[in-house]
Design a protein around this ligand. Structure first.
Ligand code: IVH
Length: 681
């Protein structure tokens, strides 16, 4: 597939094989479990190919646990249910596909098939949907179970989540003749539109954005709250029917039958008479896929005749009757107009390129990240350059290279500023992070405004205002320190542009309400470097009050869940600044909570001890509160209905399928009222 120089000595080969195995295992974990890859699929395939080639030359070093012998695992934690889902064994192993970026290898695949075939055959060409694999079992026309690929042998049971995906029927079309029991496999994916919407929201919420639609789909499928899955806008296409005695002889007819039963089957598949027609299909879709509303990363070529498929059989990892031709990552060429140097709330400077708008993977791209000064140096970027952009690991695309041949003689090299573009303070470099910072954290307007925006954010103090309000309040000099928000008067607010009595009252009310935010949110709102939402929670519940946290030793801090050395140092440094202590005193005086509310964290009773609950539908209180309520009374809340569930608390508009499943498993179904009665005994 890729030319690699294979003059490796035996000793070196062994070392390199071990190195590659380790590397690929790490990348598998990042991709399948964390849903956060750090390299592109293309780079991954290069590593995998090197390992395949080396193992071919030195078969004595092939081990059973080599990534070439196993499919990557998406199981969060091995062992039943530990990752939050029950796990089940696949009836038939869920395999992967061999792949290539090279047409020559596709011809070689055709030759291998021809050798085995003793009668004319055809190929079924399909789009390779870039999502996450799913295996559905239907019994008597009802969706019985949905499993992820897992490690290929055992998968996570994500049935209740899959039931929230509109295109997957919970019941097959009545009157059609589906088998009593069958399996169908396919892909769950997230269309670009839903992906962009999700990442925009995540950015607002300060959650890390998903790297690509595939990771977003895989992450969404593993959410513990099924209701949240519905909002993610997942779609599905099914491409592999496994059923005995279907009465069909080709794969394409099997899919046709599945479509008649009401299952989502791709409309883009095509039967091709020979390899030349396959290549035509590939050429057509390499271009046409750019206008599809979802991501594809190649074409899957499958032998269409089921008897020939059977004859060809499988390797340990993939079928011999199918292969994937993968497209190189999509890139676009456009002009670099200018570079903005953004100042974040922590003072970090990020260069962002403004580009001539260009279409890439279905979305119009106007801005791209340049990461840091080193990246700019590496690219040797000049203003006016034509640059290639690619959708990489971040929400905004990245510039991968410059088209030097198109550079104009007068183009000027882009220079990373030596001083803060906002306040003019000389920048300092953090060698560990390859980032430049503006050290003027108390005086730099951009940093200050960023801090206010973070403070009022939905996941922090949840104050009803946006960037424009902060800008006005800051420019007028009404807010200099975070605590100033709590002494704003209606007189000051009514001076703001377009602010009427009602907006003033709304704002003041929201400021007042923010005083009820729990300690964990207040801690997050302070904006201490590296404290995210999750770590703020862990710290609040471990240390219980700001005083305890302030006086915690480095060891005590690093013993806390999710707290590493870097974060511990950041906390110590924050509290060693007298101005921060003063700020906390001011916020305390304003009425903010700096310790956990013992009542809310306290166990209210043990009425539900040892019982497992599943919650579904709408209650008179928010779901989160319902969960906290059950837990405060000693109960456990599970993510899906299983035989281990004791009660299903059915709210309004509960999912029919969940109720049916609960009934089938003998799980007692109770109302919200009945739950409250159980705890009042
Ligand atoms: S066939 C044994 N068909 O690509 C049959 N897979 O890289 C194997 N995929 O694990 C699957 N679109 O998750 C097949 N039209 C398609 C596909 C497809 C996407 C995924 C699937 C598979 C992966 C292999």
């Amino acid at each position: 597939m890729f030319d690699i120089f294979l003059t490796v000595k035996k000793g070196e080969a062994k070392k390199r094989i071990e190195e590659l195995k380790e590397l690929i295992r790490t990348h598998n974990h990042n991709y399948y479990v964390l849903n956060a890859p750090t390299i592109s699929d293309f780079e991954y395939d290069i590593l995998m190919n090197e390992l395949i080639q080396l193992e071919k030359l030195f078969p004595q070093y092939i081990t059973k646990d080599s990534p070439t012998q196993n499919v990557g695992s998406d199981l969060a934690v091995t062992g039943a249910g530990q990752g939050g889902f029950r796990q089940y064994r696949h009836e038939y192993p869920m395999l992967s596909l061999s792949n290539t970026y090279d047409l020559e290898e596709l011809y070689a695949f055709d030759q291998r098939v021809k050798k085995v075939a003793d009668s004319p055959f055809s190929y079924n060409c399909e789009l390779k949907f870039d999502g996450t694999a799913i295996c559905l079992t239907y019994k008597d026309g009802i969706l019985f179970r949905a499993l992820t690929r897992g490690d290929g042998t055992v998968g996570d049971d994500v049935t209740s989540n899959v039931m929230e995906i509109g295109s997957i029927p919970q019941k097959l079309k009545s009157g059609t003749s589906y088998p009593r029991e069958f399996e169908i496999r396919g892909e769950i994916y997230m269309p670009y539109e839903a992906f962009d919407r999700l990442n925009r929201q995540r950015e607002l919420d300060e959650d890390p954005p998903f790297a690509n639609p595939r990771n977003a789909a895989a992450g969404s499928l593993k959410l513990l709250d099924s209701a949240a899955v519905k909002e993610r806008g997942l779609e599905s296409t099914l491409y592999h029917l496994i059923a005995p005695d279907l009465g069909v002889t080709t794969h394409s007819d099997a899919l046709k039958a599945a479509a008649e039963w009401g299952l989502p089957v791709s409309e883009y598949a095509k039967e091709c008479k020979g390899i030349e027609e396959v290549v035509e299909y590939i050429t057509l879709w390499d271009e046409k896929r750019r206008s599809l509303p979802f991501a594809t990363d190649g074409i899957v070529v499958k032998v269409n005749q089921l008897d020939l498929q059977k004859k060809l059989g499988f390797t340990a990892k993939s079928p011999r009757w199918a292969t994937a031709y993968k497209f190189k990552p999509e890139e676009a060429l456009t002009k670099l107009l200018s570079i903005d140097y953004q100042v974040g709330r922590t003072g970090a400077i990020t260069p962002v390129a403004n580009l001539e708008p260009v279409l890439l993977s279905g979305t119009m791209v106007k801005r791209a990240s340049l990461h840091n000064s080193e990246q700019m140096e590496l690219l040797d970027i000049h203003i006016g350059d034509y640059v290639y952009v690619e959708k990489g690991g971040e929400i905004i695309p990245k510039i991968t290279r410059v088209e030097i041949s198109k550079r104009s003689a007068s183009a000027e090299k882009a220079r990373f500023p030596a001083c803060c573009p906002d306040c003019g303070t000389p920048l300092v470099k953090d060698p560990e992070e390859a980032k430049s910072f503006c050290p003027n954290s108390d005086g730099c307007p951009m940093q200050q405004k960023g801090k206010f925006l973070h403070f009022i954010g939905r996941k922090a103090m949840n104050i009803n205002a946006g960037e424009a309000t902060i800008e006005q309040l800051y420019t007028k000099g009404y807010i200099k320190r975070l605590s100033d928000i709590y002494s704003l008067t209606s007189n000051e607010l009514s001076q703001l542009d377009k602010w009427k009595e009602k907006s003033v009252a709304n704002f003041l009310n929201s400021v007042k309400q923010s005083k009820e935010r729990p300690f964990s949110k207040v801690l997050f709102a302070l904006g201490i470097k590296y404290i995210g939402e999750t770590t703020a929670n862990s710290l609040a519940y471990t240390f219980k009050s700001i005083e305890n946290l302030m006086h915690a030793s480095r060891e005590e801090l690093t013993e806390t869940e999710d707290v590493g050395e870097k974060l511990a140092d950041s906390i110590i440094s924050y509290f060693s600044n007298p101005d921060n202590i003063k700020l906390i005193e001011e916020l305390k005086a304003a009425g903010l909570k700096f310790s956990i509310d013992e009542n809310s964290a306290m166990k209210l009773s043990d009425a539900l001890d040892g019982r497992t609950f599943m919650i579904t539908g709408i209650y008179t209180i928010p779901r989160e509160e319902m969960k906290a309520y059950i837990e405060a009374h000693g109960g456990k809340v599970a993510s899906s209905v299983s035989s281990k569930t004791d009660f299903l608390v059915a709210g309004e508009k509960s999912g029919e399928a969940k109720i049916k499943k609960a009934e089938k498993l003998g799980v007692e179904i109770i109302s919200e009222e009945e739950l409250y009665k159980m705890t009042s005994k």
